[in-house]
Design a protein around this ligand. Sequence first.
Ligand SMILES: O=c1[nH]c(=O)n([C@H]2C[C@H](O)[C@@H](COP(=O)(O)O)O2)cc1CO
Ligand SMILES: [Zn+2]
Length: 200
Amino acid sequence: MFNYLSQYFKLFVFQMAVLKPENQSLKKSGKREDYLSWDEYFMATAILAAKRSKDPSTQVGACIVNDKKQIVGVGYNGMPRGCSDDEFPWGKGNADELKNKYYYVCHAEMNAILNKNSAGVENCRMYVALFPCNECAKFIIQSGIREIVYMSDKDHDKNRTIASKRMLDAAGVKYWPFTPQHKTIDIDFSKIDWNHMSQC
Ligand SMILES: O=c1[nH]c(=O)n([C@H]2C[C@H](O)[C@@H](COP(=O)(O)O)O2)cc1CO
Ligand SMILES: [Zn+2]
């Protein structure tokens, strides 16, 4: 018991000596504490991009980040350039498959890779709202992306997801589900003080 208490006391003294000054200096700096983590920021960027999607049932966004934490590509699911999203179909229940979206829509991951604003995406990480399908997994592997951070794995029992994981595992691409600290992120344009912004 005495030994236990003595160990505990040593730990306490260590914390006071080593950890406290750092905490104090953090407090002194006056920085905001409620800021977004990097993971939240990149996932939120993916989800914001998804809001551009015209798909009435599933909106997917993807955000590619390099090892300097720079965003190098963003995309969402949409029709290819030149294929009007007012003319090509967005449904999925039609017996005639040519009248469903699946043959036409570009997936968010593919768009993010093709939209890259850097020479390549080797060794990058992709943040994506929905676990990538088998076709996207091929793009991810071939482009050199090494890690996937996802939110929903709603299609985990579908063959396209099983095949996707099989290929990602074989190629050594890591993937992990993301749980945000903030449940909501508020972007309220009406709260922006335009007068103040223009003085900056
Ligand atoms: O990896 C993906 N990336 C992606 O952008 N999508 C898009 C394609 C479709 O527009 C939509 C899926 O539609 P639905 O959930 O109605 O089957 O999500 C779908 C997947 C997974 O299948
Ligand atoms: Zn896909």
